[in-house]
Design a protein around this ligand. Structure first.
Ligand code: ZN
Length: 363
């Protein structure tokens, strides 16, 4: 969601507008803001900034500097923890010893560690950081550590055939899960021609793309994430900033795959609703029944959505899917029982969303 000093790229209002327009009612925010969410002070500030500006429910990832931070961050509301192996934050030591310390505390406090699995040692240049080897090395290394600590791990945005194979091999013995994005499942490096398609992990080869899509279909990939990563057009053109907005394209893309009989509706519901709720221990959402919050999305699977990035609710008005047509239009989105998005318009006032805590009721 950016915000704070990165408000010019996206803020809580525009980001959560993009979420509800894209059919998302709860999102998990990443800690790679400026400053990053590595401390209780920053987490409190982030919650305070979000509180009256959000249109959907939101949980906050934190990135711990060391194991000692974990307990306090959870009591202040951290939904989970993410480390970026390729880009540690200032004062963040991601040596194996420190990662193990973090894992021990996360396990003790029954939380989850999400890993951006691209190893730093491959980061001599931008090409090699995002190579298949960087992902494979990082996944193998984390798995070695999990074998010792048995902490709950979630691998973010898997992008390679080899990486997915390693995760599949260890899934039964270890408490690990993984996610992938629609872009890694549908695009390879030859499908995008300019810097607007640059993301981390980078788009890979056709074989990788096909294995990610297959993993989503067959259940070896647990969760679909958007990796929504807004930047300005100037930043994309001149600074090669990684990522692009994903909230307003993901569900039409998946519904179109369903229309083409590539993926079942059951798998779409598992990857977008059931599995993330279970993995992140979210309460009272995801079912239509008494006692649950009415977070509902109405989709017309017969209507065609033309992706028009210039009309995104996100501040980032570009997409590798710009101009493409997908069968599946988000008609209405309800958050906490209130209609927030209807027929192309945001119709609710900001502040409707709740801040969600892991394993606790919403605040
Ligand atoms: Zn990441």
């Amino acid at each position: 969601m950016r915000d704070s000093t990165l408000e010019y790229k996206e803020n809580f209002f525009t980001g959560t507008s993009a979420a509800v327009a894209g059919g998302f009612t709860t999102i998990l925010d990443m800690p790679n803001t400026v400053p990053p969410i590595t401390s209780v002070k920053e987490l409190i500030h982030r919650k305070y900034t979000a509180k009256n500006t959000i249109l959907c429910n939101i949980g906050f990832y934190c990135s711990p500097l060391n194991g000692k931070d974990i307990k306090e961050l959870i009591s202040e509301g951290a939904i989970g923890f993410k480390i970026y192996l390729h880009k540690p934050f200032e004062n963040q030591n991601l040596s194996n010893n420190n990662i193990m310390e973090i894992m021990i505390e996360i396990k003790k406090n029954n939380s989850i560690l999400c890993v951006h699995a691209e190893d730093y040692s491959f980061s001599n240049n931008i090409e090699s950081t995002s190579s298949n080897k960087a992902e494979v090395f990082a996944i193998n290394n984390i798995i070695d550590l999990v074998k010792q600590i048995n902490c709950k791990i979630h691998f973010a945005h898997i992008s390679t055939y080899e990486g997915l194979e390693i995760i599949k091999k260890h899934k039964n013995e270890l408490d690990i899960s993984c996610e992938a994005t629609p872009h890694h499942a549908l695009l390879d490096k030859n499908d995008v021609s300019d810097d607007f398609g640059y993301c981390e992990p980078k788009l890979k080869e056709k074989k990788d793309k096909e294995s990610i899509l297959k993993g989503i279909i067959d259940g070896s990939i647990d969760i679909i994430s958007t990796d929504h990563a807004p930047h300005t057009i100037v930043e994309k053109k001149n600074l090669k900033k990684p990522g692009f907005p994903g909230l307003e394209t993901a569900i039409p893309i998946l519904m179109d795959l369903h229309d083409k009989k590539i993926i079942s509706l059951k798998r779409i519901c598992e990857t977008l609703i059931v599995n993330p709720i279970n993995r992140f221990n979210l309460k009272r959402i995801g079912k239509i029944m008494p006692g649950y919050k009415a977070d509902l999305v109405i989709i017309d699977p017969t209507r065609v959505k033309v992706i028009e990035a210039s009309r995104f609710f996100s501040k980032a008005k570009y997409s590798p899917f710009d101009g493409e047509k997908f069968k599946g239009v988000i008609m209405s989105t309800f958050v906490n029982g209130q209609l927030v998005f209807n027929d192309g318009q945001i119709i609710a006032k900001p502040g409707i969303g709740n801040i969600v805590h892991q394993s606790r009721e919403s605040l």
